[in-house]
Design a protein around this ligand. Structure first.
Ligand SMILES: NC(=O)C1=CN([C@@H]2O[C@H](COP(=O)(O)OP(=O)(O)OC[C@H]3O[C@@H](n4cnc5c(N)ncnc54)[C@H](O)[C@@H]3O)[C@@H](O)[C@H]2O)C=CC1
Ligand SMILES: CC/C=C\CC(=O)/C=C/C=C\C=C\C=C\[C@@H](O)[C@@H](O)C/C=C\CCC(=O)O
Length: 277
């Protein structure tokens, strides 16, 4: 999808990766609705972007994505301001294994809700022009991050939900594509929470393991991930694709055609249909 002239909505836009995604969209000619629960940082970002791109290219909306009313209202205000929504990036996310229900609410429930709101406004059957939804997961959406079981669950959920809905959207001819971004560690505020007692919850005994993982997978900078995000946005087709981003490589993930493709070669003798050993 060409970005120039498009209207985008980004959640968690005030800082970190969300800010990076907004800036690269604006640099490529889009107008962006910036949604974030942090009013102060969001207003500061809006003021900064107004200086660089002009006041009419962005709209900041204070929005807690876990609130159905606030999210729906933000979509409505975006449509009132810009007339349409072509791209949605569900980026807002937290890491918190102690208040894990909050993490589920932000990282998964809100992503589903925002995706469905986007679909409602974009799909051709509702008079929409189609569009693209990019959901931000993580490498922890592709494999278990043992320091963060609930975070892992939410990100696996984002990957599975987005891939399934992409297939459903194609089957229903909604005209809406879905894609997923799975970065490894990125130097943002979320990293600083990883060693905090609040984040670690049951797993404070694993402090130090995160440093090992960062050593193993490296640390990305926001601009690197923003470039990968732009690649996802501009690349035509690839509905349901999942893009992994590491310091060494940015590449699409190849999933097995069927879950049975990942079975080991030695079925249990008790397994139905298995031949006796
Ligand atoms: N930083 C990293 O290492 C990685 C981050 N991610 C994902 O990238 C996304 C962005 O994370 P970062 O930029 O790193 O974090 P960040 O903490 O720097 O930024 C997150 C933004 O989301 C906002 N936010 C949090 N809860 C919200 C809510 N309820 N409603 C609205 N906005 C809310 C925050 O105010 C903040 O502006 C998250 O989904 C995260 O899981 C994925 C892989 C790696
Ligand atoms: C908890 C949230 C922290 C930061 C945000 C974030 O999403 C960061 C994710 C970064 C990396 C996730 C890595 C997940 C790896 C899993 O696949 C593990 O199962 C891999 C474990 C070891 C791999 C061993 C090897 O590759 O040699």
């Amino acid at each position: 999808m060409a970005v120039n002239g498009k209207i985008a909505l980004v959640t968690g836009a005030a800082q970190g990766l969300g800010r990076g995604f907004c800036e690269i969209l604006l640099k490529n000619g889009a107008k962006v609705a910036l949604l974030d629960v942090n009013k102060e940082v969001g207003n500061d970002l809006k003021a900064s972007l107004d200086k660089e791109f002009g006041p009419d290219h962005t709209l900041f909306l204070t929005c807690d994505v876990t609130s159905e009313d606030q999210l729906s209202d933000a979509y409505q205000k975006t449509l009132e301001k810009f007339g349409k929504i072509d791209i949605v990036c569900n980026n807002a996310g937290i890491a918190n294994e102690r208040d894990w229900e909050k993490a589920v609410a932000v990282n998964l429930v809100a992503v589903v809700r925002s995706t469905y709101l986007a679909l409602q406004h974009m799909k051709k059957q509702n008079g929409g022009q189609g569009g693209l939804i990019v959901n931000i997961a993580s490498m922890a959406g592709l494999g278990p991050l043992l320091t963060s079981p609930v975070y892992t669950a939410t990100k696996h959920g984002v990957v599975g939900f987005s891939r399934a809905l992409a297939e459903a959207s194609e089957a229903c001819d909604f005209g809406v594509r879905l894609k997923v971004l799975c970065p490894t560690f990125v130097r943002t505020a979320i990293i600083s929470t990883l060693s905090s007692e609040e984040y670690m919850g049951l797993f404070s005994c694993l402090h130090g393991f995160t440093e090992q993982m960062i050593g193993m997978f490296g640390m990305l900078e926001v601009p690197q991930v923003a470039e990968a995000f732009l690649q996802l946005v501009v690349e035509e087709g690839k509905n349901g694709s999942v893009l992994m981003v590491t310091p060494e490589i940015t590449s699409y993930v190849e999933f097995p055609k069927s879950p049975t493709d990942v079975l080991s070669g030695n079925p249990s003798p008790s397994a139905p249909g298995s031949s006796p050993q």
